[in-house]
Ligand binder design. Structure first.
Ligand code: OGA
Ligand code: MN
Length: 211
């Protein structure tokens, strides 16, 4: 059997997500993380908020970063290269398995993950956009984990993912339910966060290629 790679079990969520990213290019995995892991990550986010670590989110990168509360009015706290807590390390280890699965299936050459905690206070939103900013193509796959228990149909705050490359027409609305992981190709799918009626918490990030 030398030279044979083990065939991954077909129900491995990372392999299923990678297969979805190959076609149709997006994936929604409910219960990607167990409720107790989600609760610990949510409590950490609350702790960062209490410690005053969140800042208004901008659009663009580097010198082109701008605050545009008419486009987005969430708040973010960027995660460091070496995340502190055990729960964050466990989540990052899971993302590492996902990165390798995506590279096996799509040959994207994904190199690392960058991400932030995001907090949408009631009434906030993020208008329709692509995650690749003009001229900056390092972000290849967007990865969002929601941290909100018992999200209801009247809570608003859905992620609206437009399926056509034009960003018009057919879309899917995805509830930011705790434990749900959403992934999509960053250069391909326009999306927006509809106004939320309840506080909406997530860990959002991107698999990038080497600079
Ligand atoms: C983003 C974004 C979507 C979401 O941060 O770029 O589009 O559902 N987030 O939080
Ligand atoms: Mn986005």
């Amino acid at each position: 059997m030398t030279g044979c790679l083990p065939t991954p079990p077909p129900d491995d969520p990372c392999d299923r997500i990678a297969t979805d990213l190959a076609d149709p290019g997006w994936s929604v995995c409910t219960d990607f993380l167990a409720p107790d892991q989600v609760a610990v990550l949510a409590a950490e986010l609350d702790g960062c908020r209490a410690a005053g670590r969140f800042r208004p989110a901008g659009i663009g990168t580097g010198m082109a970063l701008q605050l545009r509360p008419d486009i987005r009015n969430d708040q973010v706290h960027w995660l460091g290269e070496a995340p502190g807590s055990a729960a964050q390390r466990a989540y990052f280890a899971t993302l590492e398995s996902l990165r390798l699965a995506i590279n096996r299936h799509l040959y994207l050459g994904l190199f690392r993950f960058e991400g932030h905690m995001a907090l949408y206070p009631p009434g906030s939103f993020y208008r329709k956009h692509l995650d690749q900013f003009r001229g900056a193509t390092h972000r290849k796959v967007s990865v969002i984990l929601y941290l909100n228990p018992a999200w209801g149909p009247d809570d608003g705050g859905a992620l609206r993912l437009y399926l056509a490359a034009t960003g018009e027409g057919e879309y899917r609305d995805i509830a930011p339910q705790g434990g749900t992981l959403v992934c999509f190709l960053s250069d391909r799918f326009h999306h927006e966060v509809l106004p939320t009626r309840r506080e909406r918490r997530s860990l959002t990030g991107w698999f990038r290629v080497r600079d």
